[in-house]
Design a protein around this ligand. Sequence first.
Ligand code: F6P
Length: 500
Amino acid sequence: TETSAESPAGFPFVVVSNRLPVDRQVHADGTLSFRTSPGGLVTALEPVMREADGAWIGWTGSADDETEPFEHDGIHLIPVTLTADDVELYYEGFSNDTLWPLYHDVIAPPAYHREWWESYVTVNQRFADRAAAVTSEGGTVWVQDYQLQLVPKMLREQRPDLTIGFFNHIPFPAYGIYSQLPWRTQIIEGLLGADVIGFQRTADAGNFTRAVRRLLGHQTKGTVIDVPVEAEAEVKSAKHRISRVRDDKLVRTVVAKAFPISIDAARYEELARRPDIQERAREIREGLGNPKVVMLGVDRLDYTKGIGHRLKAFGELLADGTVEVEDVTLVQVASPSRERVTAYQNLRDEIELTVGRINGDFGTISHTAISYLHHGYPREEMVALYLAADVMLVTALRDGMNLVAKEYVASRFDNDGVLVLSEFAGASDELRTALRVNPHDIEGLKEAILKAIAMPKAERARRMRAMRKRVQENDVARWSSSFLATLTTPSDGLALPKAN
Ligand code: F6P
């Protein structure tokens, strides 16, 4: 077995995700370096990684990149190479033009292509092989997200000694939708290679468990699924999970349940309390012409986010004369995403046409209705925007969690600001005192916006306090520790049969 140079016996804790938690920087002189990406996952896992001598396997984000394993900020990073073809077929194709729209309730039509599927299998095998090669005997591997759903099974086949976790960051659809997938059984079997499968919402875990019953007929009880054991090797090594005999058969117990992901809430509050960031927030408002109300949307430019619905509601309020362009401004940050996928190119055209129309119809020389920014920004600037925004609009049509909603709440240490939140975002299970909306209901959305604008200060504070408490208590460190505790604790205590 090949092992990484830094750790000849392998790593006891390994995270596998499509992307490594670093961004590649190309400098003016042509040299390259890596910078930790601002994502929440790496913040959550950094301490665990350091303590456990962990490694992270993933793609650097550039095609044909053959960077050797390296250490960054105390974490061992192990790059997996994706060729330009892999990027096109596995990443842009199967991951982002088949699974992504399918798992988000077919908001855009998923495309089913056999060559994409073949590439998905090949690339998942590459990630699994890498994990199999670098994880130490009896170690723990935590696989992340929909791009790598076959990895748990592929890994278990080679390394039955490992404890394997999987977390799905996006929704898992109802069976009536999921069953469209020509490879629906293979995906379910791939995931069932894990010991614990985490989802954002209880409803997602329920959808998955139902798909398991429908497609494979396995017995399920609550969050526990009985998976018949096939290989003798599994029985010998994964003792703590091979827990019972049913109808004379050995089964592995697999847990499928919700672990809602979160953010590093304290870090957001810390930034929000910085005087320079508060000054920047004032500057932003001033730059917008000091309107009475600043509304904000922050999204990857993705058709799941309901940006068009939000613009429609705002445009109609301006057209109605219910709100005046001098009083209310919408800042919409739409960060570039998956720009080579046609559905994303079409969305961009559509959104930019709508923004242009609304601004043309309702803007004045001194006031623009929508300040539209097609950029990504550093975390400091995002927090300044959150502080500057009286109303935060999260109108996703479907979203695994939506961390922007949680970031807004975590930043508002002043207990001010109103969150308008789609009930179709996972965050709405937790943020119960947000103004919850069905973004398809444009009238309802308009009413919620007006209610947010007019909400008395005392009510704003009451709602925000309750949400802040929730986000502070359930931060991303708690998310990862509760997942890992479930993963590494022997399941329901039933004894291994002596027969083997
Ligand atoms: O959770 C959704 C997700 O697809 C992550 O897996 C990913 O890191 C993020 O959104 C951004 O997407 P992408 O990696 O395709 O740019």
